[in-house]
Design a protein. Structure first.
Length: 283
């Protein structure tokens, strides 16, 4: 576990446990699924050679490695709650010879980053899980100099994301329930009207939300997609709250759903995210 302060206790126990282990095991598939989003994130961040970069919720290091190549020779730091995913990230960085890239197991909401130690903050779907987003972004703001940039990818609402709406609803056997805006979870920062005041009060300005929509490819066949989705936290959360006798029926319904999404390109679901950009404005 992290040796430094942890504010997100529940998230730490999950990500530095079964959830992190699952995504580490499926790292290559997950990176393929998000390839187009990753390219759009890096394009929006416009990282230049010599800029110091912090990658928040870096997971197995895909976005960190891309940032390190763009920022070289400046230093890039990836932080995450999962020791296992960070081990994979270090292995990848070493294999790619990225000597300007380091990783730290840390809770970005509470970790004491040195003041103004980065020029750019980056995150690919890694900032929606904070227990206290206001405190987290205030802490991250300190790590930037005035005018320093932050570029984030966060999911839009369930109405724009077929994957979470249909998969969760099919397993649950009815309209899915989602936490309120800004509660920890995949849709935690989906509402711009709720997120803008958080970022502004944390000391960020020039806040902008740009829509990015891409298909998510879950597998070449319905069977391959089922094997992947069955182990995801999205599915586990629904199934764990269900009577064990009802689970086989729910899984059969999931198989039918995936078959209905089978095409020549594989099993795909519509998805949509926000590219959030901002700069530190407060002293």
């Amino acid at each position: 576990m992290c040796s430094r302060p942890i504010a997100n206790i529940d998230q730490a126990s999950s990500w530095d446990g079964p959830e992190g282990d699952y995504w580490r095991k499926n790292e290559a598939r997950y990176n393929r699924m998000l390839r187009e989003y990753s390219e759009r994130l890096l394009g929006a961040a416009r990282i230049q050679s010599g800029e110091r970069v912090l990658d928040v919720g870096c997971g197995c290091g895909d976005s960190s490695c891309a940032a390190a190549r763009a920022a070289s020779p400046a230093a890039v730091l990836g932080v995450d709650l999962s020791a296992g995913m960070l081990a994979s990230a270090r292995e990848r960085a070493a294999a790619e010879g990225l000597r300007n890239l380091a990783f730290k197991q840390a809770d970005a909401q509470a970790y004491p980053f040195a003041d103004e130690s980065f020029d750019v903050i980056l995150s690919r779907f890694g900032v929606m899980f904070f227990a206290d987003p206001q405190a987290a972004f205030r802490n991250l703001r300190r790590a930037l100099p005035r005018g320093g940039r932050m570029t984030l990818l966060t999911w839009r609402g369930a109405q724009h994301n077929e994957w979470i709406r249909e998969i969760r609803g099919t397993l649950a056997g009815g309209p899915p329930k989602f936490p309120p805006p800004c509660a920890p979870g995949p849709l935690g920062l989906s509402d711009p009207e709720a997120v803008k005041p958080i970022l502004s009060n944390a000391g960020f300005g020039e806040i902008a939300f740009t829509e990015a929509s891409e298909p998510l490819h879950y597998g070449a066949t319905a069977g391959e997609a089922f094997d992947f989705i069955r182990g995801t936290p999205l599915a586990e959360d629904v199934l764990s709250e269900m009577d064990p006798a009802a689970r086989p029926h729910a899984l059969d319904a999931l198989r039918t759903l995936l078959e209905s999404h089978q095409s020549a390109e594989g099993v795909c679901f519509q998805s949509s995210a926000w590219i959030v950009t901002a700069r530190r404005s407060a002293p």
